[in-house]
Each structure stands twice: as C-alpha cells, then as structure tokens.
Design a protein around this ligand. Structure first.
Ligand SMILES: [Zn+2]
Length: 124
C-alpha cells in the first residue's frame, strides 16, 4: 500500500530507487527487490505505466498523456492534450483493435539540457 501511494496519482515519475528511498523511511526492513517486483506487478495490472529512458521510471497518472523523456538527464515531462484521446480511439477503431494499455513517449532533450548543449556549442 505504501508503495502504491508513492507512485499512483503522482506526477513525479519516480524511479525504483526514489520509491524505495521514500517507502523505506516508514518501513526500514523493506528491500529494493520488493519495491522492484511490486512496481512490476502494478505495471502488469495497469495501475502504473513504465516509462523507458536512461533510468526506468513509473508513471502513476491516470488519463491519456504524452511523456516527454529527456535522454540526457532522464527527466520526464507530461503533456496533456485533448486530441490524444480522440487520436487513440480513431487509430484503434480503424484497426478494430481492443486497447488494453496506452503509452505515448517522445524521447529527446529537455529545455534545460538543450540550453546546456547550446552553451557548450558556443551559444548556437
Ligand atoms: Zn534533460
């Protein structure tokens, strides 16, 4: 339950380590393996979504949204767009596909890492 609360409904996209660090404060006997397998179970049950990237993170937000994953710092930004839901339904209907999970991910550089990169390239 504590692991559930540390992920579901959060917008922070915590990594396994972040969930472990948080829950361990209340349950010092907790092992990282327990956190790992519990999050894996939640993902299989569709309660959370795995977000791939430099570090594996979990998204506990309900609703269709895009995760923008920074390949450098691993930060995950959310974009909610009303058209996503319609797009998803249209694509599934066209293919007569029954959808059980939805995952939108864009990979690239976040604004912070882009600024850092352009400074390194002499402000280009
Ligand atoms: Zn970044």
């Amino acid at each position: 339950m504590a692991i559930y609360e540390a992920v579901v409904g959060r917008t922070s996209h915590p990594s396994v380590l972040a969930v472990y660090e948080e829950v361990r404060r209340r349950f010092p006997a907790l092992s990282p393996a327990t956190v790992y397998s519990t999050l894996d179970l939640f993902a299989r049950l569709g309660l959370v979504q795995e977000v791939s990237g430099p570090v594996r993170r979990y998204d506990g937000q309900a609703g269709v949204h895009i995760n923008l994953v920074c390949r450098r710092c691993g930060r995950v930004l959310d974009v909610v767009d009303a058209e996503l839901d319609a797009l998803q339904r249209r694509a599934a209907a066209r293919a007569r596909f029954q959808v059980s999970a939805v995952r939108f991910e864009l990979h690239g550089l976040c604004p912070r890492c882009r600024r850092r990169q352009s400074r390194r390239n002499g402000g280009r």
